[in-house]
Design a protein around this ligand. Structure first.
Ligand SMILES: *[C@@H]1O[C@H](CO)[C@@H](O)[C@H](O)[C@H]1NC(C)=O
Ligand SMILES: *[C@@H]1O[C@H](CO)[C@@H](O)[C@H](O)[C@H]1NC(C)=O
Ligand SMILES: *[C@@H]1O[C@H](CO)[C@@H](O)[C@H](O)[C@H]1NC(C)=O
Ligand SMILES: *[C@@H]1O[C@H](CO)[C@@H](O)[C@H](O)[C@H]1NC(C)=O
Ligand SMILES: *[C@@H]1O[C@H](CO)[C@@H](O)[C@H](O)[C@H]1NC(C)=O
Length: 502
């Protein structure tokens, strides 16, 4: 009898259980594979992300679609390689004319059309343009609180990064305007007050979540943290709190904010209907030395197509829905849009996607539909195409190149002095036995037993590159200094007169 009551109760609860889940997408900045406690860092304090990992699914083979910021973010929100949206080569600047084209379909647009409340908090970096043409509010986010690009893309030497009065480290980009904080399409503050920024982000996020839950609407929150990007910053509550120094303090504040979001969702009573996903945009900026992140045992970092540039920490958490564990199934930021579409029951956009629906992997621990990953470099050139290809456990490098952001590591292959090199046959690594990419299996030519592997890899690369469509480069639209944001548009002399606090 009791059993039947139970089943009946479960049955009656069905409508509530099948309400579309809330989505919280958390994206870290320049955070590497080795930076979190749950990925083995000995001095990072990341109790909330570690908690998410032990109660959710932690990925060991998760890839960001690009080794740097703007293209990586474009891919996350569209499920497409940046080649298709034109968000290449490099990144956007305060005066960039281009941005993520308005014709691109973002996760926010899809969910908004499904009746979701949508908001973004943190770093955008997908363009600003004339009169805010490319801001999040034009891409499906009903609300936006944050910075339009990287927080080092404006002078920072006179700003306080840690209270009471520790100046930001370095000078940041001296020729630019001071960094603004936007609320929707208006400048709220210029320059940013770093020491009060995260409390502000959290107040906004909590109020957004509570209002959505109160009005019985599903919500999508995209929290793009930028603490761990250079120059790191933190509020008073986290300053001096980590044995890992300034980077550790910033990371701790980011982790603390993840805890606040978890707590808010819990308090609102919707934890069991909220899907959280965390990952990072690209590998660590080792050129900043101890103020950059760590890719752990992986080779090189940001800006490169070695594993350290694009393999990222990633955690999925959905209370009661995902079996906790660790997976070495392959997945990518490209897969987030199709997965969110599947989990929410939204229609797939009528565009070519490069991602796969991971919902069966998440909910039932089925195999990942992804067994292949193509690595584009920072300087995407249609003539050259991808630099590397992961094919099951193997990774082939057709081109290698160091990067300024990966300077100061002990490995000279990472550095700017490691010029573009063509490899024919490719370098081949077995990432199961050699995740650090140390031992080229083709060092002495192609062994007979690996010939079929090489054939399959070459075929896959040709197939992929033939099918790829390259949009016009948004970066090649260039820069117009008059597009730099100023809270006081009529003031002179620019940019130093652009000071506001609302
Ligand atoms: C921006 O908007 C203002 C006021 O609506 C208008 O005067 C101006 O021409 C616009 N600028 C551009 C570049 O579209
Ligand atoms: C920054 O501070 C220096 C001296 O401390 C000063 O000369 C300079 O004008 C300041 N720059 C800005 C942009 O406020
Ligand atoms: C920074 O703050 C500390 C403590 O408030 C004070 O002792 C110190 O003089 C300040 N330094 C500067 C450069 O303002
Ligand atoms: C920045 O924000 C903090 C925390 O809200 C505040 O104490 C501080 O006075 C602010 N600094 C400036 C320059 O406004
Ligand atoms: C999908 O897009 C293609 C190409 O733009 C178009 O031909 C087709 O009609 C669209 N299909 C739907 C169902 O909108």
């Amino acid at each position: 009898m009791e059993v039947w009551i139970f089943i009946l109760a479960g049955f009656l609860l069905q409508p509530a259980l099948t309400a579309p889940p809330n989505i919280v997408l958390i994206f870290a900045d320049d955070l590497g594979y080795g930076d979190l406690g749950c990925y083995g860092h000995p001095t990072s304090l990341t109790p909330n992300l570690d908690w998410m990992a032990s109660n959710g699914l932690r990925f060991k083979d998760f890839y960001s679609a690009a080794p740097l910021c703007s293209p990586s973010r474009a891919s996350l929100l569209t499920g497409r390689y940046p080649t298709r949206s034109g968000v290449f080569p490099g990144v956007f600047y305060p005066g960039s004319r281009g941005g993520l084209p308005l014709g691109e379909v973002t996760i926010a647009e899809i969910l908004q059309s499904q009746g979701y409340e949508t908001a973004m908090v943190g770093k955008w970096h997908l363009g600003l343009g004339a009169n805010g043409t490319f801001l999040p509010t034009r891409h499906g986010f009903q609300q936006f609180l944050g910075v339009p690009y990287s927080h080092d893309q404006g002078p920072c030497h006179n700003l306080t990064c840690f209270p009471p009065n520790t100046s930001c480290y370095g000078t940041c980009d001296l020729g630019e305007t001071l960094l603004p904080v936007f609320l929707n399409e208006k400048i709220l503050q210029q320059p940013v007050n770093f020491t009060g920024l995260v409390p502000r982000y959290m107040e906004f996020s909590k109020s957004f979540i509570r209002k959505a839950v109160d009005s019985r609407k599903p919500f999508f929150l995209y929290y793009a943290s930028h603490h761990t990007h250079y120059p790191q910053f933190a509020s008073a509550a986290y300053t001096g709190s980590s044995p890992r120094g300034r980077f550790g303090d910033a990371l701790r504040e980011f982790d603390g904010s993840v805890g606040e979001l978890l707590g808010t969702v819990f308090d609102a009573g919707v934890l069991d209907n909220t899907f959280f996903f965390f990952t990072s945009d690209n590998g660590p900026e080792t050129m900043r030395m101890e103020r950059g992140g760590s890719s752990g045992l992986l080779k090189c970092g940001k800006g490169t197509t070695y594993e350290g540039g694009m393999r990222e920490p990633a955690i999925a958490y959905w209370e009661g829905k995902l079996k906790p564990g660790v997976t070495s199934e392959m997945a990518s930021t490209l897969d987030i849009l199709p997965t969110v579409v599947a989990l929410t029951g939204a229609p797939f956009p009528n565009v070519t996607l490069d991602g796969y629906d991971l919902s069966q992997l998440l909910l039932y621990r089925h195999k990942s539909p992804r067994n292949i990953f193509h690595y584009y470099p920072t300087s995407i050139d249609p003539e050259r195409g991808t630099f590397a290809l992961r094919f099951g456990k193997y990774k082939a490098h057709f081109f290698t190149q160091g990067a300024p952001a990966s300077e100061n590591t002990p490995d000279p292959d990472c550095h700017i002095t490691a010029l573009l090199k063509v490899h024919d046959p490719p370098l081949l690594f077995d990432l199961d036995t050699d995740p650090a990419e140390n031992y080229n299996l083709f060092k002495e030519g192609v062994p007979a037993d690996l010939e079929p592997v090489l054939d399959a890899i070459l075929q896959e690369r040709v197939r992929f590159l033939k099918a790829m469509e390259y949009a016009e480069s948004q970066m090649h639209l260039g820069i117009d200094p008059s597009l730099r944001p100023c809270c006081n548009p009529e003031c002179t002399p620019k940019p130093s007169c652009c000071h506001c606090e609302i």
